[in-house]
Design a protein. Structure first.
Length: 420
């Protein structure tokens, strides 16, 4: 009897270990998952040619299929002045890729019944009650008139960027001026104010349009980040650490980097008159190296390609990774489905935090219908393809990135390497 019980226990433990290993990213040969090594080398040549042309200083490319890492390569340098070689574990400012992580963290509260997607935001943040829509704007003194919004902003509107909230810094000229006058930072980080201070001011400002009327990329997920703090009673950084980052082993993903990780942060570059990469003054973008208190839910995180790949693999695994369940399968289906109805984002749709490729979108570069994606201001991009079981990322650090065809070529060239 004891021997039988021992064998049963051993079988269960082996099954648990096997399950954990099967849903975790591991290195394998491309051919083991039906990808051509020879064709992957075409990507190497494309990226290296872009660097040799001076268009970018360096990049990290990452591809996994069926949870197997088949491409994790670094090119060029992480610092133009010192010529430090780029490494695959270098840390990048992922800017708007923060949005997906914060959106997933918020959905863990949704699963606990802490809110409904169509709840008015004012139920949790009273300052959002009785929203107004911009009517007339005077460019000379930034004065304006408003009309009442047809309805209140819902939490779903925030996830889908249909609330009418615009962006400070990169939004429309009128809304940028309006936000600047009100003191909205919309920044990546800082040590002067907290995110709640910004959001309470933002809540009283007019919207660019009526909620649900159209897609306007804006500070919506920054509001979600503050909503998480209000509902959970925890600072956003601690909540993310507990709900998403630590369970997924994302130990290199932070709002403000621990000192022992500072030397792995990649420099941000800009372009000269010939549109070639040159060093940008780093004091303009050194927020990850400070000890800030502003946790920007829409843009504040820095990370590595492999850390972010684990996050995407969790979603391809229907909400589970390394034996840890973050979300249910049905919640992942909800997140990655069209949530904007007849509205459009180019040829594509938008879910709860992700752009969703449509059949028309697939015709552009070959990325499969149903894939979900986004990118970051400093030159990072990603997508996950449920049908082809792919997780793909290309990380750079450059603003502007005039030669952004490198991103489009990378996307197309991943699919030409598939060999099944």
């Amino acid at each position: 009897m004891k021997k039988i019980l021992f064998l049963q226990l051993t079988f269960v433990l082996l099954a648990l270990v096997s399950c954990s290993e099967n849903d975790t990213l591991r290195v394998a040969t491309p051919e083991s998952v039906n990808v051509s090594s020879d064709r992957l080398e075409r990507i190497d040549r494309m990226i290296q040619e872009t660097i040799d042309s001076g268009w970018v200083a360096g990049a990290v490319g990452f591809i996994a299929r069926d949870g197997r890492i088949i491409y994790n390569r670094a090119f060029g340098v992480s610092d133009i002045e010192s010529q430090l070689p780029m490494k695959t574990d270098n840390i990048f400012r992922i800017a708007s890729q923060t949005k997906a992580i914060v959106s997933i963290a918020a959905m863990t509260l949704f699963e606990e019944g802490k809110f409904l997607l169509d709840d008015p935001v004012s139920k949790y943040i009273p300052e959002f009650a009785n929203p107004q829509v911009l009517d007339k704007f005077n460019e000379k003194d930034s004065s304006y008139t408003t009309i009442p919004a047809r309805r209140e902003i819902t939490i779903r509107d925030l996830f889908t960027h249909t609330s009418g909230i615009d962006y400070a810094g990169i939004g429309s000229p009128v809304m940028r001026a309006l936000y600047a006058k009100a003191g909205i930072t919309g920044g990546f980080g800082g040590d002067k104010i907290r995110i709640g201070d910004d959001i309470k001011i933002l809540a009283k400002l007019p919207l660019a349009h009526h909620p649900g009327e159209r897609f306007t990329y804006g500070l919506n997920v920054d509001v979600i980040g503050y909503l998480i703090e209000v509902i959970s009673g925890e600072p956003l950084d601690q909540f993310l650490r507990k709900r998403v980052l630590d369970p997924l082993g994302m130990n290199d993903t932070w709002f403000y980097l621990p000192e022992d990780k500072h030397d792995r942060l990649v420099d941000v570059n800009t372009e000269n008159a010939e549109r070639k990469a040159v060093t940008m003054p780093q004091d303009l973008v050194n927020y990850p190296l400070t000890k800030g208190i502003y946790f920007s839910g829409g843009a504040g995180l820095s990370s590595t390609a492999k850390d972010y790949a684990a996050f995407l693999q969790m979603l391809l695994n229907n909400g589970e990774y390394n034996g840890k369940r973050i979300l249910s399968r049905r919640t992942v289906e909800l997140i990655t489905s069209n949530q904007i109805g007849d509205l459009n984002l180019g040829r594509d749709k938008f879910g709860l935090g992700f752009q969703i490729t449509t059949r028309e979108g697939q015709a552009e570069l070959g990325i499969t219908e149903g894939s979900f994606s986004w990118g970051g201001y400093f030159g990072t991009t990603y997508w996950a393809d449920p049908k082809e079981r792919l997780v793909c990322l290309l990380f750079m650090q450059q603003v502007p990135l005039s030669h952004n065809e490198i991103e489009r070529k990378f996307k197309a060239m991943v699919y030409q390497a598939l060999d099944d």
